[in-house]
Write a protein that binds this ligand. Structure first.
Ligand code: ATP
Ligand code: MG
Length: 412
């Protein structure tokens, strides 16, 4: 038997309906923030990702040589593609340029709960302004994405990488080591870092300080003041304080992040709890352009798992009408009703198997139809329809035109 590849999923109709609803919610929200959707190719030259993230990234990539001998990779994320697309065809567009995207990404990872080899990302890029207000707008949209899909148990951690940079610099740690240090902090190996770089308790103490305290002990408090400015601006967006935490230990693993960064965790997810990550980065270098870009990527699949754990998945739509023709002599009239209802966008299906009324009703019940329409000889004769309300079990016979009018008024 051929099975689906490891780390992939088949999404059934219930799951797809749920996902489409949440996806629509995110599209509408981002659109209301003035962002517009773009789509980039599913595969790119592998070099785009190795240039951005270093050669080690190939271990995480699905990549192959195509028939023309090119090294091609399925995208592991969208950011590099969006900046490539910007450089290739959108440079002339007025700034700020606000973009969002939605689609599958591919990573060769060890699959586990909330970690797949094919997963979906919803994300944004705000290209142009390198201002505290742009950082605030970026964070506010990320927060609202999570809030708007009705997730309630989450924490948004915000930092400015330049604060840690400043601290390390003032403690005579070579900026070259930053990458190693951030990587370890990301893995919560604070003690290892302190030991390796002879920092004693300094790093831990620093991370536990309030921003004002940090400002006082740093020789150059500018990065702290910048973060404070962003936090002040966030007040304009009415974010609920209970979700917000300043955590200078929030570092994004990769090289190209440079300023404000943030992550959102869903508390109920266990180990793979990060549902969103983003910040301020510099990717223009890859293309030799100087352009500010701030964005985030939301793990769509993990967000849905978190929603499910909170019991907050959107309700599935009910089907409307299931027509059960009784005998072939009622086909013509049954199909007339079918056509009429479908033309009014009423979700209408008809029995295709010629099953007995009992079995056909059983099918209508299992598939969540609101009404079963029984159409036999009498109905054909009177141009009526017998309606069984599948919730109450009530049954009544009314004129067809009256029923169509009723349904039309109720649903449209
Ligand atoms: P993690 O540390 O969990 O691997 P990451 O830092 O690699 O995450 P990003 O590259 O920032 O993640 O991607 C943004 C979001 O995409 C993550 O916050 C997460 O929700 C989601 N994500 C990343 N990798 C996977 C995966 N393999 N399966 C499902 N979702 C993922
Ligand atoms: Mg990862």
């Amino acid at each position: 038997m051929i099975e689906r590849p490891r780390g992939t999923r088949d999404l059934d109709p219930d799951e797809m309906e749920t996902r489409r609803k949440i996806e629509q919610n995110l599209r509408d929200l981002s659109t209301s923030f003035g962002y517009r959707e773009i789509l980039t190719p599913t595969f790119e030259h592998t070099e785009l990702f190795t240039k951005k993230s270093g050669p080690d990234i190939v271990n995480e990539l699905y990549h192959f040589e195509d028939k023309g001998g090119r090294d091609i990779a399925l995208r592991p994320e969208f950011t590099a593609s969006v900046i490539r697309a910007y450089n290739e065809g959108m440079r002339e567009l007025p700034k700020p340029l606000k973009l969002f995207y939605f689609g599958p990404s591919f990573r060769y990872e060890r699959p586990q709960s909330g970690r797949y080899r094919e997963f979906w990302q919803f994300g944004t890029e705000l290209i142009g302004p390198d201002t505290a207000r742009a950082d605030a707008e970026n964070i506010a949209l990320a927060y609202n994405c999570v809030k708007n899909i009705r997730l309630d148990e989450f924490e948004l951690r915000v930092s400015n990488l330049k604060i840690l940079d400043q601290f390390l610099q003032e403690n005579d740690i070579d900026i070259e080591k930053r990458q190693d240090i951030y990587h370890k902090i990301d893995k919560e190996e604070l003690e290892e870092v302190s030991e390796e770089y002879s920092l004693g308790s300094k790093l831990l103490d620093f991370l536990n300080m309030e921003l004002d305290e940090m400002s006082n002990i740093l020789k150059d408090p500018e990065p702290v003041e910048y973060l404070k400015e962003v936090l002040d601006l966030l007040e304009y967006y009415g974010l609920d304080e209970k979700h917000l935490k300043v955590d200078i230990g929030t570092v994004r693993g990769l090289d190209y992040y440079k300023g404000v960064v943030f992550e959102i965790d869903a508390d109920n997810l266990g180990a793979e709890k990060q549902i969103l990550g983003g910040g301020d980065y510099n990717l223009g270098d890859i293309f030799g352009i100087d352009i500010s870009s701030k964005g985030f990527a939301m793990g769509f699949d993990r967000s849905i798992l978190a929603l499910e754990n909170e019991g907050k998945l959107p309700e599935l739509d009910e089907m409307d009408c299931y027509i059960i023709p009784i005998g072939e002599e009622s086909f013509e009239y049954s199909y007339e009703i079918l056509r009429e209802l479908r033309s009014k966008n009423v979700i209408t299906d008809i029995d295709l198997m010629g099953r007995g009324v009992g079995k056909a009703l059983g099918y209508a019940d299992k598939n969540d139809f609101k009404y079963a329409l029984l159409v036999g000889g009498n109905e054909v004769e009177d141009k009526s329809v017998t309606i069984k309300d599948m919730h109450s079990g009530d049954q009544k016979t009314i004129g067809k035109d009256e029923f169509v009018r009723e349904v039309d008024e109720k649903w449209n």
